[in-house]
Design a protein around this ligand. Sequence first.
Ligand SMILES: NC(=O)c1ccc[n+]([C@@H]2O[C@H](COP(=O)([O-])OP(=O)(O)OC[C@H]3O[C@@H](n4cnc5c(N)ncnc54)[C@H](OP(=O)(O)O)[C@@H]3O)[C@@H](O)[C@H]2O)c1
Length: 243
Amino acid sequence: MKYVLIVGAKSDMAKAIAREYAKQGFNLYLAARNVNELEPISNDITTRFQRVVQCFELDLTDFDSHESFYNSLPEKPAGVITAVGYMGEQKNSEVDFEECHQVIDSNYTGNVCLLNIIANDFEARREGFIVGISSVAGDRGRKANYIYGSAKAAFTAYLSGLRNRLYDTGVQVLTVKPGFVATKMTENMDLPENLTAQPEQVAADVFSAQQKGKDILYTKWVWRYIMLIIKNIPEFIFKRLSI
Ligand SMILES: NC(=O)c1ccc[n+]([C@@H]2O[C@H](COP(=O)([O-])OP(=O)(O)OC[C@H]3O[C@@H](n4cnc5c(N)ncnc54)[C@H](OP(=O)(O)O)[C@@H]3O)[C@@H](O)[C@H]2O)c1
């Protein structure tokens, strides 16, 4: 049975995605910081779906560890899904470059470092799928979260280029752009209910889009149209807005 590698596996979204792939017949490699904390999700999946789940320690900002981490996987995965992300507080990122750097490395540089290695392997094998969880925040910079948004924008551009590079090899690259999702990351935010997805809904959308070979997924779907409007507001108006 094929393995899917899920990076940032303690994320609420990643846990739901892991359950979805297990339900659909995949074994799992789960990678995260503090690997012991993966035990509950690993046990849950093993019990409910009778799949093989193997857990690995991985800090995405520990760039030098990525090659040996990937080489340590018992067999190469059929696909990789990265859900790693860190928003932090925008105001802190404005005054503390360490914090700013952490946001950029967690959302962008770390993903690039790992996916470069995996993309080279998939390209050589001429198979595989890569799913990157970016964000609608990368579609336009806003004063409320433009450090995080700019890292997501860079990640979105990276995934677009990677998709273009790997097209001839049959390797699929899916960019996921969630709007609001009810997770740890947003637990202190007052989110509009009708625009906020549950992690399980995102997981089902990701699985379906990946299986259909889609390139870009907005979830909930309505965010595609919300962002179309937001992207088309002229800059001289946009700079005056608080949205
Ligand atoms: N929630 C939303 O509304 C929303 C909207 C758009 C996009 N997203 C994106 O969706 C993805 C999943 O986020 P989520 O909402 O499920 O939030 P979450 O539960 O906070 O998940 C983020 C995960 O990233 C992990 N992480 C951060 N830095 C890491 C590093 N250096 N190495 C390894 N893991 C690291 C965290 O690990 P620890 O558990 O060890 O801290 C955490 O498990 C993220 O990329 C996020 O940016 C979320």
